[in-house]
Design a protein around this ligand. Structure first.
Ligand SMILES: Cc1ncc(COP(=O)(O)O)c(C=O)c1O
Length: 470
C-alpha cells in the first residue's frame, strides 16, 4: 500500500489565483483526489513523489502502446522537423497517404477510405454527417433519424452526446438537437427476468424493426452501436448473432450500420477491428476509431468507409465536412508508428492472449470476492462489475459513490483506474480493467495482486458502511 498522507489534491481544496487544473470544472461537493503525474514508462505512471501506479485502464482506454514508446516519440520528433501541419483543402501530405494505405490493409475489404479527424466525438460526428450526406445525395431527403443503444456512449459534442444512451445528460441538451431513437442494449449480466440471452436479443431486434416500421423506413438514417461497450456498459459484448440480425434489419430498410470502435478498435479486442471477430454478414457500413490509434500520444480519430461509397459520393455532392486539423501530418505519423508497433510486436495477438489470461485471473478473484459480480469483455477491453449483493446482483446505492470510492482507494494500492458512475448507476457500477496492449502475463499477475488487496479493503469499507453484503 502506498502510504503518504495528503498526497493527492482535490478541487475542494480551492485554488489560489487564476488558472488551475482542468478538474476545477468538476463538482466541488463530490471532489475526488487526483495525483499529479510527472512521468510514465511502459504500463507505469509516476507521480511527483515518485509513487508508481499501474495504468490499469490505459487512461480512458487510450494508451494502447503504453508510455514512453520510442518509435512513436522518434516519429513525432522527425515529423516536427519535416512538416508538422497541412490542411487538406490546400495540399496533400505523404503521411496522410501512407497512413490511409496502411490502415486500409489492416481494416480490410469494405473499409478502404479512412477519413482523419481529431478524436472519437469528431469521428462519430463525421459518420453522422457522412450518412446524412449520402442519403441526401441519393434523394432520400427524409432520412434523418438516428438509432443508438441504451445505455451507450458516443462522445462529448452535442450531437454525439445526444446519440449516447445516458439519461443523466439527455435532459440538459434535449431540444438543442434531435433525440435519436433508443434501442435497449442486450446487456449480458442482467437480462430481463425469465429470458435467455438469445430470447432477449430477439426481443430487442423485433422492437428495432417495429420502431422502423412505425416511424417510416424512409425517415430512418443509421444505427450506431459499440460492439464492445466502454464505460457506459462496462465492456458489454454484442454477440455475432445480435449483430447479424441488426445488420439484416438495417439492410432491409436502407439504414446504414455504424460500429463505434473508438475503444474496441485498433487491436484492443484481439483483432484489429471487433467486426473481424465476425463474418461478413455482420459487417457495418462505417466504422469509427480513435483513442488507441493515436495511443494517447496525439488526438486522432478516424471514420472508415468503403471506397464504393466515398467514390460514388465524390461524383455527386462530395463529402462536405472538415476541420482545420483533418489528416494532420503529425497525427498521421503517430498513427503510422502505432500500426508498425502493433504489427512488429504482435500486440493484437497479445491483446487476445493476455486478455484471456487477465479474464481468467479476474474471474478467479471474483470467486472469492463478495462484491465482484461479473468480469466481462473481449481481448484487453474488459470491465469488472461491482455489486452490493452478489446473490441478487443488487447495485450500490448512490450514496455509496462506489466507482469513485473504488477509484480513489485504488491510488493507495498503486492502481490508476477508469471508473465513474454512468446513467446514475441504473445499469450497474464497474471499473475498466483494460491495461495497455503491451502488458505481459507477469504484469497481469502484478496488477491482479494489487486488485486483490484493493477489493479486500473496498469490500471491508462497503460492508462496514452497510452498503454491501459480505
Ligand atoms: C465508444 C466511444 N465513442 C466515442 C468516444 C468519444 O471519443 P473522444 O473522447 O475521443 O471524443 C468515446 C470516449 O470515451 C467512446 O468510448
Amino acid at each position: 500500500m502506498n502510504a503518504r498522507p495528503n498526497r493527492f489534491e482535490t478541487n475542494a481544496d480551492g485554488w489560489e489565483g487564476p488558472g488551475g487544473p482542468q478538474d476545477l470544472y468538476f463538482t466541488r461537493d463530490e471532489s475526488w483526489p487526483y495525483p499529479r503525474m510527472v512521468r510514465a514508462d511502459n504500463i507505469y505512471l509516476y507521480d511527483e513523489n515518485g509513487t508508481q501506479f499501474i495504468d490499469a485502464s490505459s487512461g480512458p482506454i487510450a494508451s494502447n502502446l503504453g508510455h514512453n514508446n520510442r518509435r512513436v516519440i522518434e516519429a513525432m520528433k522527425a515529423q516536427l522537423d519535416k512538416y508538422p501541419f497541412n490542411t487538406i483543402r490546400l495540399a496533400r501530405s505523404d503521411e496522410n497517404i501512407a497512413l490511409a494505405e496502411r490502415l486500409a490493409a489492416f481494416a480490410g475489404a469494405g473499409f478502404e477510405r479512412p477519413f482523419f479527424v481529431s478524436g472519437g466525438s469528431e469521428a462519430n460526428e463525421a459518420a453522422i454527417q457522412f450518412a446524412r450526406q449520402w442519403a441526401f445525395a441519393h434523394g432520400d431527403v427524409e432520412r434523418k433519424r438516428l438509432f443508438s443503444l441504451m445505455p451507450s456512449y458516443h462522445g462529448g459534442t452535442i450531437c454525439a452526446q445526444m446519440l449516447s444512451g445516458d439519461d443523466a445528460v439527455a435532459p440538459i441538451f434535449e431540444g438543442m438537437t434531435t433525440m435519436p431513437e433508443r434501442i435497449e442494449a442486450p446487456l449480458t449480466y442482467r437480462p430481463p427476468d425469465g429470458l435467455t440471452q438469445e430470447q432477449n436479443e430477439d426481443r430487442i431486434c423485433e422492437h428495432f424493426e417495429a420502431r422502423i416500421q412505425a416511424l417510416g423506413p424512409e425517415t430512418c438514417l443509421a444505427l450506431f452501436m459499440e460492439p464492445v461497450g466502454g464505460l457506459a456498459t462496462g465492456a458489454n459484448v454484442l454477440s455475432g448473432r445480435f449483430l447479424k440480425r441488426m445488420r439484416e434489419i438495417c439492410t432491409k430498410y436502407g439504414l446504414l450500420m455504424v460500429l463505434d470502435e473508438v475503444m474496441s478498435g485498433a487491436g484492443r479486442s484481439g483483432k484489429f477491428l471487433t467486426t473481424h471477430h465476425h463474418g461478413d454478414d455482420c459487417k457495418p457500413d462505417l466504422v469509427v476509431l480513435a483513442k488507441g490509434i493515436g495511443s494517447g500520444y496525439i488526438p486522432l480519430g478516424i471514420m472508415l468507409a468503403p471506397a464504393r461509397m466515398v467514390d460514388e459520393l465524390s461524383g455527386l455532392t462530395g463529402f462536405n465536412y472538415g476541420h482545420t486539423s483533418n489528416a494532420n501530418p503529425l497525427a498521421c505519423a503517430v498513427g503510422l508508428a502505432t500500426l508498425e508497433e502493433l504489427d512488429e510486436r504482435k500486440l493484437i495477438e497479445n491483446a487476445a492472449s493476455t486478455g484471456a489470461y487477465l479474464k481468467e485471473r479476474m474471474r478467479a478473484l471474483a470467486e472469492t470476492c463478495p462484491i465482484i459480480g461479473d468480469v466481462r469483455g473481449l481481448g484487453l477491453l474488459q470491465a469488472t462489475e461491482i455489486v452490493a449483493d452478489k446473490q441478487s446482483k443488487r447495485t450500490f446505492s448512490s450514496d455509496a459513490k462506489a466507482p469513485d470510492t473504488l477509484r480513489t482507494m485504488a491510488l493507495d494500492y498503486g492502481l490508476s483506474l477508469y471508473a465513474r458512475r454512468t446513467n446514475n448507476g441504473r445499469y450497474g457500477d464497474w471499473v475498466m480493467t483494460s491495461p495497455p496492449l503491451i502488458t505481459t502475463p507477469d504484469q497481469v499477475d502484478e496488477m491482479v495482486d494489487r486488485f486483490e488487496q484493493l477489493f479486500t479493503a473496498f469490500t471491508d469499507a462497503m460492508v462496514r458502511g452497510g452498503e454491501a453484503v459480505a
